[in-house]
Design a protein around this ligand. Structure first.
Ligand code: PEP
Ligand code: MN
Length: 262
């Protein structure tokens, strides 16, 4: 993997993680062209962080498992061309070094929150890391995983609540809003919310996103694409760019409302 390498200045771009940021993009990177088309529209909406999965950990062996290394290169190139910050999940230790060089922000997905060798490896690269909560992890277990990432003085670590496994089956997972104030207080780290995986349902994403903003989320991670219904992965929870545009206005209204002294 040598093409499209970002220079160090790009990988060190400053992000105010405690401010409010939105990360958006498709669940998985499907092609350079489709990623570029979505990313261009996101940029026009003022979104600075582009997500896209290259290595997809799928429950079924027979599902699409991502474009792999080629996906990393597509994301790196699209982000570079549009001056966006690239965000992608790193699933295994032997990909950490390459992903660190090519991409800006690395994600630990829910299935890997307890993968301590991966956390150790990600602790040693300069990239900001987003640590998603394991589907059955307690706050203390999540905090303990965060400590692995912080052990060498990582500058930017962000927690992301993405829904936990509960007895309810009508939503994909159950969004735990309490995670926001509890983990902000317990760890002093920014906490993001991923309403896409929490709900599994694009119709529910705006309501959960707004609840998260009202509860003080430091940011949102959203699955959004130019053609959401034909997404290969997680189509049912991927919102359209029209929905995203409308949601951005509502988010702004909620943020204005909660910032007012009453
Ligand atoms: C994803 O962000 O596409 C993803 C797989 O998330 P999670 O690890 O939360 O399931
Ligand atoms: Mn997904």
């Amino acid at each position: 993997m040598t093409e499209y390498r970002l220079d160090m200045q790009d990988t060190k771009r400053e992000i105010d993680w405690h401010g409010f940021n939105i990360i958006a993009g498709p669940c998985s990177i499907e092609s350079y062209e489709s990623l570029y088309a979505t990313a261009l529209e996101l940029k026009q909406m003022g979104i600075r962080m582009l997500r896209g999965g290259a290595y997809k950990l799928r429950t079924s062996l027979h599902s699409f498992r991502g474009l792999g290394d080629a996906g990393v290169l597509h994301l790196s190139q699209v982000a570079k061309e549009l001056d966006l910050i690239s965000v992608s999940e790193c699933t295994q230790v032997d990909k950490v070094e390459d992903m660190s060089r090519h991409l800006d922000v690395l994600v630990v997905g829910t299935r890997n929150m307890h993968n301590y060798p991966l956390l150790e490896a990600l602790a040693q690269v300069p990239n900001p890391v987003i640590l998603k909560r394991g589907i059955a992890a307690t706050y203390s277990e999540w905090q303990a995983a965060a400590e692995y990432l912080l052990q060498y003085g990582k500058k930017d670590l962000v927690l992301c609540e993405r829904g936990i496994r509960s007895f309810e089956r009508e939503t994909r997972y159950t969004l735990d809003i309490s995670a926001l104030p509890v983990m902000q207080r317990k760890c002093g780290l920014p906490v993001y919310i991923d309403p896409s995986h929490a709900s599994g349902d694009r119709d529910l994403v705006p309501a959960l996103a707004l609840a998260a903003v009202a509860a003080g989320a430091n940011g949102l991670m959203l699955e959004a694409a130019i053609n959401p219904c034909t997404s290969i992965c997680d189509a049912s929870q991927t919102i359209s760019l029209d929905t995203l545009g409308h949601l951005l206005k509502q988010i702004q209204a909620v943020r204005t409302a909660i910032s007012k002294d009453v």
